[in-house]
Design a protein around this ligand. Structure first.
Ligand code: UDP
Ligand code: MG
Length: 320
């Protein structure tokens, strides 16, 4: 068993030596072998220099250095690409996550969970601009995706290899991995973890993250529910809109034809025309999305299903 700890970081020079010491202290007591993958997300301070120094002394360390700042999600994706482990742990580099929680996560993975997420039940961040938006966001995300987790934002998570290797990450999407993975039918659980205040450096995010997270939530919801059948969303809206428009137009035509009501001063006519147009647009959009969905799945050889086990089909592979 090999463990990969994936740590994206941006300008965390003061935290790196302390984090490294704490990690080694915990990881060296484990039975599993380990590697620590630091992804330097375009730091402009001495972070990279410190990482290289550590890497030269310790062969457990891998350092991936980005050309520029691509964001925490991209950094995490790079970590997943480079990771060799059977279990992958993600965490922040700012010492807010406690490496001593790692064994607790591993226990839950050993118990059969594919994803184990940390829950910062006693979170040490400001209330108004951090914890409150987070509480609301977690409620909304849990409701929309149907995957109920108290703390989507906690980076400290453990994944079985199959989970992260099958997921492509965009935007601010790393927090949604459990929700995206739920589409594969995974088992997951939560573990209460320690959270510490930031001692060095500054937070890289402000309140504007909330908006980006909500936008990504819409994407995730769409991917989860309709990515393989987009015509059913767009087509439905198109049929409703076009149907209402057609009905209004029909009534007005009948009134004009049989009751002699003039059409000239009726704004409703405009509405009817617009609704019919929108309806047609939605349906064609749905058809284009259907084409896209096929390209998306077939070009990447992505199955529309995920198999856990197969019995009695030795030597066969569905992917050939
Ligand atoms: N981070 C990163 N790239 C970015 C922004 C942040 O790699 O563009 C890292 C950062 O160094 C830290 C983690 O992501 O290790 C979480 O960031 P931060 O502590 O600022 O977020 P907060 O805890 O305030 O939500
Ligand atoms: Mg932090």
């Amino acid at each position: 068993m090999l463990l990969s700890v994936v740590i994206p970081l941006l300008n965390e020079e003061e935290n790196i030596p302390l984090l490294y010491d704490e990690l080694v202290e915990v990881l060296s007591t484990l039975e599993e072998g380990y590697e620590i993958i630091f992804i330097d997300d375009g730091s402009t301070d001495k972070s990279l220099q410190f990482l290289k120094e550590i890497q030269e002394k310790d062969s457990h360390i891998v350092v991936v250095s980005f050309r520029k700042n691509f964001g925490q999600t991209a950094a995490m994706a790079a970590g997943f690409d480079y990771a060799k482990g059977d279990i992958i742990i993600t965490m922040d580099a700012d010492l807010q996550n406690d490496p001593h929680d790692i064994p607790k996560l591993l226990e839950q993975v050993a118990a059969g969970n594919d994803v184990v997420t940390g829950w910062r039940y006693d979170r040490k961040d400001a209330f108004i601009n951090r914890r409150l938006p987070s509480i609301i966001a977690n409620k909304i995300i849990s409701k929309t995706t149907g995957v109920c987790i108290h703390d989507y934002g906690c980076t400290l998570k453990a994944f079985k290899k199959e989970v992260v290797k099958n997921i492509k990450l965009y935007g601010e999407m790393h927090r949604f991995i459990p929700a995206i993975a739920s589409g594969m039918g995974i088992d997951f659980t939560e573990v209460k973890v320690n959270h510490r205040p930031r001692r060095f450096g500054t937070s890289k995010y402000g309140i504007s993250r909330t908006i980006r997270v909500i936008l990504d939530l819409i994407t995730v919801k769409f991917l989860l529910s309709y990515a393989t059948r987009p015509i059913q969303v767009f087509g439905f809206m198109g049929v409703v809109s076009g149907g209402i428009g057609f009905l209004i137009a029909l009534i007005m035509t009948l009134q004009r034809q049989f009751m002699g009501t003039p059409l000239a001063d009726r704004p409703l006519l405009l509405l009817a025309v617009v609704l019919v147009f929108i309806g047609i647009q939605f349906i064609t959009l749905g058809l284009i999305a259907e084409l896209q969905a096929r390209t998306y799945h077939e070009s990447q050889n992505k199955p529309v299903y995920h198999v856990k086990d197969v019995f009695g089909a030795e030597g066969r592979s569905a992917r050939e």
